[in-house]
Design a protein around this ligand. Structure first.
Ligand code: PEP
Ligand code: MG
Length: 307
């Protein structure tokens, strides 16, 4: 396993990458790896599916900057704000359908597109010295995990994971852990789908507060299942504006948190000042609260900080 249990090794603070510039920023910020490569953004605006060669070249340019470190490459995640023309073919949908027609759902019936991307990932894993991991987005059902994991392994991928960003998957997590090598929570989507509140609508931001206990409880329960089966777990979609939130996630037992590169230094400094014991007590208290405000105040108190 590439991620050690939190009790043996400090929390990994990794960067998210959506462009060559952000890969460069992650390197400069001495990230512990890349916790999420949004491959669909690397090729945003492409009318045609990029060739395996073009894909592998782009992924290599990122991975080669992180020898010996985890680099988590995510398969295409087309969404309402991340349109991929070559995966646009979809059933006739009302506008709101774009919210749910995304991620792995768009290529269950286009396995050829997935296979070509997996081929490019495999080349990256073989040619770079990074610990390449492969991750599927918007997975909701057990059979989707089985389908994806089998396909990725058949093509030679060694480290296969899925994102937990739909509550349905969080609720059946214990059934899928034997099929994957790691899981990665997508906190933004887990929040939007838990609260039925679109990330695209600014007026919904209260629902999407990462301190919402309903979402913290889901994260905690997934982290507990992962700990019970020794499955590494990372989390992305954390904006890093609150070091206390990162401490709470660490206290729940996640092994790595993925942040924008610009937040890494500050969060790293924050985490160097809090003990594992304080993180665990902040996590325990935050999940037992009844509102986002209470959870934040309680976590700050447990961490001995001023809110
Ligand atoms: C998330 O949903 O939290 C996530 C990291 O994925 P994206 O922002 O690309 O949807
Ligand atoms: Mg997401």
């Amino acid at each position: 396993m590439s991620f050690q249990r939190r009790t043996q090794q400090p929390l990994k603070l990794m960067a998210s990458v959506s462009s060559m510039l952000s890969a460069q920023q992650a390197l400069r910020a001495t990230a512990d790896g890349v916790g999420l490569v949004r491959t669909e953004l690397l090729f945003a605006g492409s009318d045609e599916e990029p060739s395996v060669y073009a894909q592998a070249t782009a992924y290599m340019r990122i991975a080669e900057r992180f020898p010996g470190k985890p680099v988590i490459l995510r398969t295409w995640d087309p969404a309402e704000d991340k349109v991929l023309q070559f995966l646009a073919a979809r059933p006739k949908l009302p506008d709101a359908g774009a919210w749910s027609w995304r991620g792995i759902r768009c290529y269950r019936n286009r396995p050829d597109v997935l296979d070509r991307q997996l081929g490019a990932f495999l080349q990256t894993a073989e040619l770079s010295k990074a610990q390449v991991h492969v991750l599927a987005p918007m997975v909701a059902q057990i059979d989707e995990v089985a389908w994806f994991a089998e396909r990725a392994r058949q093509r030679g991928i060694l480290r296969v994971g899925v994102m937990v960003e739909v509550p349905a998957l969080a609720l059946v997590i214990s059934h899928i852990l034997s099929m994957v090598d790691f899981v990665s929570i997508g906190l933004s989507d887990l929040s939007q789908f838990t609260f039925a509140a679109s990330r695209a609508i600014p007026e919904m931001s209260d629902y999407l507060d990462p301190w919402q206990p309903a979402v913290l409880k889901l994260v905690d329960s997934v982290a507990r299942s992962c700990a019970a089966s020794d499955t590494p777990i990372t989390i992305c979609g954390v904006d890093g504006r609150s070091g206390a939130l990162v401490a709470v996630l660490a206290g729940m037992g996640v092994h790595g948190v993925t942040l924008p590169a610009s937040r890494l230094a500050e969060v790293r400094q924050f985490m160097s000042r809090v003990s594992g014991e304080l993180c665990r007590s902040a996590a325990l208290t935050a999940v037992s609260c009844g509102s986002a405000g209470e959870a934040k105040t309680a976590a700050y108190a447990a961490l001995r900080l001023h809110n």
